[in-house]
Design a protein around this ligand. Structure first.
Ligand SMILES: Cc1ncc(COP(=O)(O)O)c(C=O)c1O
Length: 282
């Protein structure tokens, strides 16, 4: 759909007609936060958790939420209902609003709220069956990665680095320890156990973090959150990416090195199947 209806500050409008001020602090400073909510067959998946994270991000940058949880849910439904496809990724952005260009928070500004949606096309079965190649990179982002901030320059540069090497994602390391991808979380499997980095300020805790915990419990896969060294990643039996867009995706190569057998592993297979079941149940 070329010109879908989007929501901007109380109005539904065609995307091509949605306009904001050049003084919006999102444009000027990247002063805002966002969320991405997957929709499957017209139903929001894990919407409560996504909206709860939006509230956490807003609180972290001291923007009072312009909507209640129920209102956010209704807006997500309103925008997704207006789109013709059944599976979507709804994008919500909230900025501090329009004000004179001064760094510190302005008084009495109204946050800008923008919501759009697009067709959600998770990686194809061919891509999943083969697994994907990634590159490693030093994590050069700021130290508040737990906030889903629209200031994404570090992530953009990491994603571009991957793209230039025809890789699907950059896997970032800070001081020798795994953090996350440019736009996803990263997991390793060793001896049948799944491990992910701790939920701290160095990563965005994906909504799939909680989901992986549930899936691991259901499937009897041991899971731990701990610091993971670069060596552990490269010598893992499996490496797995997770995000709303990628769902769960197996990594078979990082830089020039093959991961595990070079094929998607058994734990990935279990978690992928369990993920599809969770989607179907909703
Ligand atoms: C930097 C980063 N980490 C992790 C994630 C995964 O989060 P979620 O599982 O909520 O999609 C994303 C998602 O876009 C991301 O951009």
């Amino acid at each position: 759909m070329d010109d879908p209806l989007v929501y901007l500050n109380g109005e539904m409008t065609p995307l091509s007609e949605a306009k904001i001020s050049v003084l919006d602090r999102g444009f000027i400073f990247g002063d805002g936060v966002y969320e991405v909510v997957p929709i499957y067959q017209r139903k929001a998946f894990r919407a409560e958790q996504h909206i709860a994270r939006l509230f956490r991000s807003l609180a972290a940058i001291e923007i009072d939420s312009p909507h209640t949880r129920e209102e956010w849910m209704a807006l997500v439904n309103q925008v997704s209902s207006a789109h013709p496809v059944e599976d979507q990724l709804v994008y919500i952005q909230v900025t501090r609003g329009v004000a004179k260009r001064l760094h510190a928070f302005p008084k009495d500004t109204t946050p800008t709220v923008f919501i759009m949606t697009s067709h959600h096309t998770p990686p194809s079965s061919e891509v999943r069956a083969k697994g994907v190649a990634c590159v490693s990179i030093e994590d050069k982002r700021w130290l508040r990665c737990e906030i889903k901030s629209i200031s994404l320059l570090g992530n953009v540069l990491a994603a571009q680095y991957a793209s230039e090497q025809s890789a699907v994602e950059s896997i970032q390391f800070r001081d020798g320890f795994l953090t996350e991808g440019a736009a996803c979380n990263v997991w390793i499997v060793k001896d049948g156990k799944l491990a992910g980095p701790p939920k701290d300020n160095l990563i965005l805790e994906g909504i799939r973090y909680g989901l992986m915990e549930e899936l691991c419990k259901a499937e009897g896969v041991p899971l731990e959150f701990r610091r993971i060294t670069r060596d552990e990643v490269f010598s893992a039996d499996e490496v797995i990416l997770s995000s709303a867009g990628k769902e769960v995706l197996p990594v078979v190569r990082i830089d020039e090195q093959t991961i595990g057998s070079g094929k998607p592993g058994a734990i990935f297979g279990k978690l992928y199947a369990a993920y599809q079941l969770a989607k179907a149940k909703k």
